[in-house]
Design a protein. Structure first.
Lengths: 288, 596, 596, 288
């Protein structure tokens, strides 16, 4: 694609991420995917929570909403319901999405609005300088776990599969082509799509979660002969989150469910023609 | 003949007390009476005790009224459970189920000499006439129609319409039960008849609704296109009404997973350019605190309704209280000011909700509507509202000129900056809860922070001159001044009229805008005041405290307040007004004493 | 010789500005000086600009100080980014990296005649002496030691200990860099020498800590056994400290999934009989609103620390503000009152936290500690605290007699009811957020609700007589009165001393208990006051408003407040005090005019 | 077991549930299970949120905590950490647990404190009089879904299995013996145990979710030859939640993970002996 269309999505706000932060790669991949999809920036709403990763909307020329910690999904659903024509992206960190925001994920998935949710999973709290995140490996020593974490990590891929998402994939900036590709595919998927990105925190992240390690570990799902139309098989693979690093599409619903906004539009259409004018609403209370 | 009646009924869950009340008020409305129906239940979801009180009058009504004219006890245990909610007195006529075996001179209403006591074999009459005890409430409706002349035809007509779908037998059985009651009353007239005057040809067609209905209707009138919320007593009916209606207007309703998500979706919808609202009660308001703060700094319009109930915490979900004012005004962290409005009646809830949307859109701010359970759930006849007089305001969107060099948070003179929305080319910006520059870039500059805080507060100053959001009744120069808000405004209005009738010089200020505090309005109201009361249904007297923050109240102005679930009655207010009038009297006399 | 120095340094992320500051204050502490170190960063997590200011003195220090004596610019862009945080003036000596190419008469400090300007080839010296630019900060330490006589041995000793683990080469290279700086200073003495006096043999051993350290330590001293929380700037260090220490005392620390869960776990631990605490900042406080209300009505002791930052919403996470007072006091729905305390210094944070636990346990209530980023994150030398004078209070548990007929919420005279806990036989009860009877059974009775509200508020009344939680400085009969809280108390104390030195009659009231408002304490303080200031770092002047709710402030008492991220300085307070003194002067003169 | 021990757990607070409410059966089953386990009431902490079902602790003689909506699990974890010797029960409704409280479940599971979590799943909001619940079937008409729900339901069993719980079971008051048995087993399981109870709301609940229907539908997992040690198999079965009604144990970890409180005790033990007195904590700040 031509760099003009590419740069069209880059804002003039200079990223304040640490040099080498994986999120640089993610925003690049998003520029590429958006350029490929080809919607103009003003027709895109890009919502995030709070965190290093959540700064990402500000680095694009889309309408951005850098909201509060953990609430990007509810806000994004309100936007999509208010204006279904928009392309709505949601992004944030592992903590934003699966710790404080974890309660919103299953409901966003089961409602199945056509959103693309990108989590930058660095297994750490970056912005607040290095505390445990829900995806931190058991035993990890951080400033809040001086003697090692006592908890098994959250499994974003398995959770979202169990929630019934129609599209679930993983990527890493260690493979920019693959990352841009899954993000583009997620955007094009009609319904809720989830992309977990292994995006290294070079300043506070675990040593095993850096680009070098990714390059070594990485296994393309395409290469391991996984059938992305089989949810149970995807769940079985996803259970290896943390030990293995599979990239690509875990699950793609061959027969995508109807989206929530589609059902809403039908309802508005059927009931719409019975609508009295708003000015006459009080007539509903005439006694009989 | 009497110009009004207050009727209270109580019984077990199955007795159909509430549906009897509904039949009565529907009939009253059809006949052009003014009426108020309040319901009260035990904590049990079903099968528990329940009660209702109906005040019906030929004149406009300001509140649910006090001592009962007519008390109906389906059984005494349940009746007594409602204690202060069904107050009986010397003028009360008592009807009760004679099968309770209680002798007329033994009714358990200690130490009250009742006007009249009528045991009636209600259950037996129901069985005989309709073949089922289910008809007990219909028998009672017949009795009430017969003894007190309350619109028999309208009642029966309503019942028939209601039961039609259940088939002819049911309708006829019901007819028999009703006329059994009617005949019993005609056969055994009251010693001192007390029949309701015929209604006056009412100037305007009446509506029948409760506060939650009116709130939802107001939202629709104001152009609301999105509702996101989570069920909670006593606000849920707002979501339920909109869940039936809003789709018709191209809107949508989302029952979210919790209050945070509900308000989050509202914030998103507002960001996307739609008028949006949520409704909840205390616990939900507490959860929404952070999201409300986001709307304040992102300057996004939205309406958040809090139908107050007993607190703190889960408190008493089914009873009314006015103890969430502090929270409505001050819950946010940081220097955040948001407008707070309160309706003072069922009808008022419509216009106040419309006004809330207007203020939200005009000033790009969340607006909180503080309703309360009393107004929200009581059914009332309402003189139809002339909606042609109501404005509907839309947010200021960027002009072509604005878009040439768009800055979302531009520091304008008014403090209001044109608000664009996704889809609008050239209006692209970054909304955020982080302090930002005029163009929406994150900043940690203390100087910019100060200017943005100043802007966000300054833009609301015009509200302090909105005298139309205040009502003053009574002589301008009255030395005694009352202030009352929300559902208590009704009791205060009634008390003021009673006081005036006694020749006491009293005025009343009813604010619909509670915050920001309109200092000038209060100053001019209190200028003549030497003694006064701020009347509130909260332990702390919260409005009185909030007023002290901004207004130099005259020494003699104090709070008359108490916890909820035990409404302050007009008579109580009148008492205190009398005392204050006498106190002033004494002072004046002292002043007139010759000094030796 | 000078008795104190204020040093400010700024540079890029890699320059090691902050670690240089740490080395200086550590040395100062060892040498028995009094010192305060404040750090400030750009918004970038790493690689961004950073700065620090150190105030070092032979006498006790009350705040970080104003105009710099010494300004060190590793590069000018970054130095200037910190603007008001590094104020230079006529008495400032400027050292800067000569490689910046800026001529001494061209330094970008518009319009200020500086005391002296010294370009130094810092980077070059580092490379030559240590073979790496990494040693730049060590060179600067040498320069400062040399020119201003700041404890060379202690600095070098500290550096050696710090670098020991990096091996001998590093240590030696560092030694060379330091002495290079030292020699450069000796070789090029200042025109007007300004050396720091030797420290006075300090009466008591000093400690070196920041407010968050002191808060955590206070919790441990008070007997805290459980901490549940969620990371948030600028409070996280409290959880981090306790996460290292609490286990040693049989306690536990839980990093929860969010602030609601963190406080929820604290509520559970308290219910189970442990002293428990959480800590957060504005956004987290907002989320905890509902759970705090539960603790209030369930009457469970706990401490909730809010380290205030810039708001509303995410606001400015790294800067200090005092705009969360309204929220601390009023965020709950319903009539809920909870004590709010505020530390006024690093040392104070220890004792205030201990007191917070004592009040929580004694009155069975959540207690909020309002710290702020300024106190929480500034490092300071502290005279060691005589902990033998501090009480540690435990909740009142049921006696055998109480257990014979246990009623958890018994309406006692004090309003405090013995609190049992799981495991205690006979103390079984139902805790709930629903209004309850004395025995904890859910109730919807308005009468019981009123009594429980009254109990929950009455039990806190004794707090209003806790004069020990207030500090008054200056003449009792002073006509000018200042009130300041939190980190601004330091600036106010300094301003008062300056004013007194000018012969102005000013007194200062510093409350550590902000709520409930101790009316009597304020009344007696304001008795002599005809003009005054309530000094606060918030746009609205929140304490001033809260005081107005309960205290009749003298007419002349106003708020001196502004938004955060731009601290009010002692000189600014002094200015206003001078103006007020003159105004009073004029008034008095007018009064003395012969009346014709 | 003797009725004396049984009645020992019944409080004198009269339940205000509607006549016929499924929760009557659940509290009975809990009495039985507790009697069988044999811990005295004062050593039991019973935590709930808000809802009809959440009233349940008040009907037992245990230390009860009828807390706020959706927050029972965090409070229960605080109790268990504060006093690991207690037997800690947690209960509530489908809305309490999987709508407003849904964000706490995965974290309670991965921490793995020894708690028993009983959800009374009636596919409706009972206390607030009949709104949609997260487990309400798609299309259900309620007061908040006049034209039918547009969302696929939450799947409590599948979710909790995906979260990695060591014990997951389902019961119904239609089979009191089976219900008491799984609850007892859950209590005895060392670690986080989850029991989903199909507990009919006779007043507002869906017609398909009443006792009669349960009796007809019910399939005992023991009878269908399911291997409760196979998590993936359990997930496959759990996917049928909503169409089938399987009762009994979906999954029981043959090798239960160590509990969180055990790890906490180890840590306290190892670090405890280095403890200075609390009174000397300030010495930590002596400058060197
Ligand atoms: C309600 C609330 N709680 C806590 C915080 C502090 N906070 C900001 S970002 C963050 C977590 C960052 O981690 P993650 O979401 O993984 O994003 P990352 O920085 O790693 O990209 C936290 C705890 C906040 N801003 N708001
Ligand atoms: C924060 C908060 N939001 C909403 C409510 C209102 N509320 C009480 S119970 C309940 C849901 C009840 O459904 P469920 O959890 O399934 O329990 P059930 O009554 O069906 O047993 C709701 C919405 C509340 N009390 N608190
Ligand atoms: S802290 Fe980590 S996540 Fe944040 S910007 Fe730096 S590298 Fe990236
Ligand atoms: S409403 Fe439903 S859940 Fe609640 S008590 Fe009645 S039957 Fe049970
Ligand atoms: Mg992260
Ligand atoms: Mg339910």
């Amino acid at each position: 694609m031509s760099t003009t269309t590419f740069t069209r999505f880059r804002s003039d706000l200079k990223p304040i991420w640490c040099p080498g932060c994986g999120d640089f790669g993610v925003v690049q991949a998003i520029y590429r995917a958006l350029a490929a999809v080809g919607r103009p920036p003003h027709e895109i709403a890009f919502v995030s929570g709070i965190g290093c990763s959540s700064r990402i909307p500000g680095y694009t020329t889309a309408y951005g909403f850098n909201s509060v910690h953990g609430r990007a999904l509810p806000i994004a659903q309100g936007i999509k319901l208010a204006n279904p024509d928009l392309l709505v992206l949601v992004a944030g960190g592992d903590g934003d999405g699966f710790s404080i925001g974890g309660g919103h994920v299953p409901h966003a998935v089961r409602r199945n609005l056509d959103l693309t949710y990108i989590v930058m999973d660095n297994q750490i709290y970056g912005l607040t300088k290095g505390q445990l995140s829900p995806t931190s490996p058991r035993g990890l020593k951080t400033v809040t776990s001086a003697y090692g974490s006592l908890e098994d990590p959250v499994n974003p891929l398995l959770y979202v599969l169990a929630y019934g998402a129609g599209f679930v994939a993983q990527g890493t900036p260690a493979d920019m082509g693959g990352l841009a590709a899954v993000i583009e595919e997620a955007i094009r998927f009609p319904g809720f799509a989830f992309v977990n990105v292994q995006s290294p925190c070079v300043t506070f992240g675990p040593a095993e979660a850096q680009l070098r390690a990714h390059k070594a570990q990485m296994q393309r799902l395409a290469d391991v002969g996984h059938d992305p139309s089989d949810r149970l098989a995807a769940m079985a693979l996803a259970q290896r989150y943390g030990e293995a690093l599979h990239t690509g599409v875990f699950f793609r619903d061959p027969a995508p469910r109807p989206t929530y906004e589609a059902a809403v539009r039908d309802r508005q259409a059927t009931l719409g023609n019975q609508a009295p004018s708003r000015a006459r609403i009080l007539e509903a209370f005439a006694p009989r | 003949m009497t110009s009004e009646l207050v009727i209270g009924m109580a019984g077990a869950g199955g007795d159909g007390i509430v549906s009897a009340g509904e039949s009565l008020i529907a009939a009253a409305a059809v006949e052009g009476y003014h009426a108020v129906l309040t319901k009260s239940f035990g904590s049990q979801i079903r099968g528990g005790e329940s009660s209702c009180r109906l005040r019906i009058s030929v004149d406009p009504i300001l509140n649910p009224g006090g001592i009962l004219d007519v008390a109906v006890a389906f059984n005494w245990d349940d009746f007594l459970r409602f204690g202060a909610e069904l107050p009986v007195g010397g003028r009360t006529i008592v009807l009760y189920e004679s099968a309770t075996g209680v002798a007329p001179d033994r009714v358990p209403l200690a130490g009250i000499v009742l006007a009249e006591v009528r045991p009636v074999p209600i259950g037996q009459m129901a069985r005989e006439a309709a073949g089922t005890e289910k008809a007990k409430n219909t028998v009672v409706l017949g009795l009430l129609a017969g003894w007190f002349g309350i619109a028999p035809d309208a009642i029966l007509g309503g019942l028939r319409r209601k039961l039609a779908k259940k088939g002819a037998e049911v309708v006829e059985a019901n007819d028999r039960a009703f006329s059994a009651g009617l005949r019993h009353a005609e056969g055994n007239p009251l010693a001192v008849p007390r029949r309701l005057e015929p209604s006056r040809p009412s100037t305007s067609a009446k509506l029948l609704a409760d506060g939650n209905d009116m709130c939802a209707a107001g939202a629709i009138f104001a152009g609301c296109e999105f509702f996101g919320g989570y069920p909670i007593t006593p606000s849920t009916e707002i979501m339920q009404f909109l869940g039936r209606e809003l789709w018709r207007y191209g809107g949508a309703v989302l029952q979210a997973e919790d209050e945070i998500a509900g308000l989050g979706a509202v914030v998103g919808a507002s960001f996307a350019g739609r008028k949006a609202m949520t409704a909840t009660s205390g616990p939900g308001m507490s959860l929404k605190t952070e999201m409300l703060g986001l709307a304040t700094i992102a300057e996004l319009p939205l309406v958040c309704v809090n139908v107050q109930r007993g607190g703190p915490s889960t408190g008493i979900p089914t009873k009314s209280e006015q103890a969430d004012l502090f929270q409505a005004v001050f819950s946010a962290h940081g220097d955040a000011v948001r407008p707070v409005l309160a309706p003072t009646s069922v009808a008022d809830t419509f216009t106040v909700t419309v006004e809330a949307f207007n203020i939200a859109e005009e000033y790009q701010t969340p607006v909180i509507v503080l309703s309360d359970q009393e107004i929200a759930q009581r059914k009332e006849t309402v003189d139809s509202i002339d909606t042609s007089r109501l404005r509907v305001v839309d947010r200021r969107r960027p002009t072509a000129a604005d878009l040439e060099d768009y800055a979302r948070f531009r520091l304008t003179e008014s403090g209001i900056s044109p608000l664009s929305q996704p889809g609008l080319e050239g209006g692209n910006y970054l909304a955020s809860g982080i302090e930002h520059t005029e163009r929406g870039a994150p900043t940690a500059s203390g100087e910019m922070h100060a200017r943005m805080n100043e802007k966000r507060l300054r833009k609301l100053d015009p509200l302090k001159d909105r005298e139309d959001l205040f009502e003053v009744e009574g002589p301008r120069d009255a030395p005694i001044g009352l202030v009352a808000w929300g559902s208590l405004a009704g009791a205060a209005r009634e008390a003021r009229l009673l006081a005036a009738a006694e020749g006491l010089k009293v005025k009343l200020l009813v604010p619909r805008l509670l915050y920001p505090v309109a200092e000038r309005v209060y100053d001019s109201f209190f200028r003549s005041v030497r003694s006064g009361l701020v009347i509130e249904q909260s332990h702390q007297g919260q409005l009185h405290r909030v007023l002290r923050m901004f207004v130099d109240l005259p020494r003699g102005v104090e709070a008359f307040s108490r916890s909820g679930a035990n409404p302050i009655r007009p008579e109580e207010i009148l008492d205190r007004v009398r005392q204050r009038a006498m106190a002033l009297q004494r002072v004046r006399e002292d002043e007139l004493q010759p000094q030796e």
